[in-house]
Structure formats: C-alpha cells, structure tokens
Ligand binder design. Structure first.
Ligand SMILES: *Cc1c(COP(=O)(O)O)cnc(C)c1O
Length: 366
C-alpha cells in the first residue's frame, strides 16, 4: 500500500496546473508567460542568478541549485525536497493534501506550536490532542499517544516537534520509531525540526529512505538567522513531495528570496553559522544564569533550543512590566497547560542585559 492511499482522493486524481515556467524553464525567447520584456527595477533583480530570476520574469518554481543545496545540507536526495515559504507553508500543504474536511484529523501534543491547529481549522480537519505531561517536564505521553493512534481512525497526520516549541524537549528516538511503525499505512508522521540545529539530537531526516510515512520540516528561519527570508523545506519520500507539488502555489519563491537563499548556502556560511550557534549557546548559559535564584520564578525548563520556558508568579503583570521597559517576552494567556509560563528567546548580550535590568527592577518592586 502506498502513501497515495492516505492522501485526499481528489488531490490524487487532480491534473496538476502546469505553469509557463514549468513547461519551459527559462531558455530561449520567452514569449509564453505574458511577462514584460524589461524589468523597471533594474537593480532589484539578481542578475547573477540567470535570466529566469530577473524581476520581469516569473521565477523558477523549484530552483535546481537551491533544491540541491538544501538536499545536501539536510542529507537527503533532491527528489525528497520541496522548498517552501517557511515551514508554515509545509504544515499547510500537508494538512490540505492529507485531511478531508469534516472527516480526517490531525494529532498534536500540546503545549506545542500553534500553526498545526490553525492549519487543521483552516482545512476543516478535526484536532486530536494528546497533552504532554505537565507534571513530568512536559514529556510526551507515550501510552496515550500510541493508544489514541490505534483507536482513532480519523488521524491522518501526526505533528511531532523536536525540539518542541515552547517546552524545548526533543522526542525520544525510540518513541519516534514506535510511532512510525504504529502509523504505517494509517497516517503521516511529521517531525517539525525548526530548532534542530540548536540540539545535539540527530535529525529524523536520516530515516526518510526507510519509512514511506515520514516527513521532516526544516527552516532557515531560526538557526540560519533568516526568518525574514521565508524559506523552509519539506523533506519526505518522493511520492509525498509529488503530492505537495500538486497544490503548492505555482511560484512560491520570489526571485530575491531564491537568490538570497542561494547565498545562504554558499561556501563559508556554515562556518559563520557555527559561530552564531556557539554564541547562542553561550548566551543561553548567561540567560539561565540571570534567571537563577529569582524568588518569583517557580520553574525553569531550559530545553534544547534557542529559548527558555519558565513559570513565574504574577506572570501577566511581569510581562507588562518588562514590556513597559521595552523588553518583549512571550506569555500564554488562555492556555491552561501553560499557566504562568513565559518563553524567553536567547538574545544578544545587550538584549539580555536589558532583560536583567527589567527583572532586577521587578524584583525590588515586590
Ligand atoms: C518558528 C517555528 C516554525 C516556523 O518556521 P517558518 O519556517 O518561519 O515558517 C515552525 N515550527 C516551529 C515549531 C516553530 O517554532
């Protein structure tokens, strides 16, 4: 049985749209796409990236060089990569391909990233939640997860996040294998690795050749310092990538994005990234140091990502107090599992010292 049988039948049956650029990838005299022969902004288009990427031309839907750079970076083959507008687009595409409205469901483990819920609600899919164990450092509830997956036939997508946002924990590799096995022929297991670079744990992408129902999401937004670029990748078996390609926008990546993303993957960038990652690690120690021993903090979950989750007394007032001093932290009003919790991103040394002053002032105010 193939993953095709898990997808919505109308997506499998659909004849994909064929864009002009797909049919003729940009060589010759291009009179097939109703483009202008000239760009008005001559300095905005990345001329060095070839004629297709000039601003008057539609961009390449999946630029070969970028796809192969990302495949190399993440250790998969080119046919196992779809470049997207951030992981958010990957989450949306997966939900639209695999969940029939009013019939199928996603499984998520809250507290977790909010976009799985938004994608499911947008598509009209049900949301099945297996909460993390608040009393056990927000570990995933293994028995409940496997039990729910076995009982609930509506589940088509399982969103796992490693490291998880906002709890920072990584998935136990044995649990991942058990879930992949339990979900075989039933559901797609999506491992969202937006923060993988900050953690020591091996990427699940190593398993992509072995499980036809495994999808991994990566992004340049966090550990590549390029959230503004809107560039991410879905890594999955070729059959899954082909399904997603059927419904992705015809030209998802703007020419300037393509050219900047290619620069991100150029030689020398990974050394610069390593430098940035060590600085984040060092600053995270500093952040944990400046949080330690504060009377109003009742719990800290350091996690493995570039943020820390904590629980504080009078969290709402603390958040507004810090905001009044120009330091913006993330609170979770209305989320029962995260009552009194605050997420703090690892910033620069200057940013962290502004945070320290705010917390000092709050402490003496009490
Ligand atoms: C930040 C974040 C993303 C979003 O990534 P983009 O590539 O910027 O869309 C995805 N998943 C998780 C868990 C995140 O925290």
């Amino acid at each position: 049985m193939s993953v095709l049988s898990l997808a919505r039948p109308e997506i499998v049956a659909m004849k994909p749209y064929s864009s002009a650029r797909k049919e003729a990838p940009g060589r010759g005299i291009l009179l097939n796409a109703n483009e202008s022969p000239w760009p008005l902004l001559t300095d905005a288009g990345p001329d060095d990236a070839g004629p297709v990427n000039r601003l008057n031309r539609y961009p390449d839907p999946q630029p070969r060089e970028l796809v192969s750079g990302l495949a190399k970076l993440y250790g998969v083959t080119e046919v196992q990569v779809l470049v997207t507008r951030g992981s958010d687009e990957g989450i949306d595409l997966l939900t639209r391909v695999f969940c029939t409205a009013g019939k199928d469901a996603i499984l998520q483990c809250p507290p977790t990233f909010g976009m799985y819920r938004i994608a499911a609600q947008t598509q009209g899919a049900e949301i099945v939640s297996v909460s993390r164990l608040a009393s056990n450092d927000f570990r995933m509830d293994r028995d409940q997860l496997l039990g729910t997956l076995e009982k609930d036939k509506r589940i088509k997508l399982i969103f796992l996040t490693s490291p998880n946002n906002p709890t920072g924990d990584t998935i136990d590799p044995r649990l991942l294998l058990d879930l992949l096995q339990a979900a075989a022929h039933k559901a797609i297991v999506v491992v969202d690795e937006a923060y993988a670079e900050f953690s020591q744990q091996a990427s699940a992408s190593e398993l992509i050749g072995r499980y036809e129902n495994l999808v991994v999401l990566r992004t340049l937004s966090k550990a590549w310092g390029a959230a503004g670029l809107r560039c991410g990748a879905v890594l999955a078996p070729e059959e899954v990538i082909s399904l997603l390609r059927r419904i992705i926008a015809p030209y998802p990546l703007a020419s300037p994005v393509i050219s900047l993303a290619q620069r991100m993957l150029a030689d020398g960038m990974s050394d610069r990234q390593q430098g940035m990652l060590s600085e984040v690690q060092e600053n995270k120690k500093g952040l944990l140091g400046l949080l330690a021993g504060r009377s109003f903090i009742t719990n800290i979950w350091p996690g493995e990502a570039n943020f820390v989750l904590l629980q504080a007394c009078e969290a709402d007032d603390l958040l507004s107090f810090c905001a009044g001093r120009g330091v913006i932290l993330r609170g979770y009003p209305g989320e029962p599992l995260l009552e009194g919790c605050i997420r703090i991103s690892v910033g620069s040394k200057d940013e962290l010292s502004a945070l320290k002053s705010a917390l000092d002032a709050w402490e003496t105010r009490l």
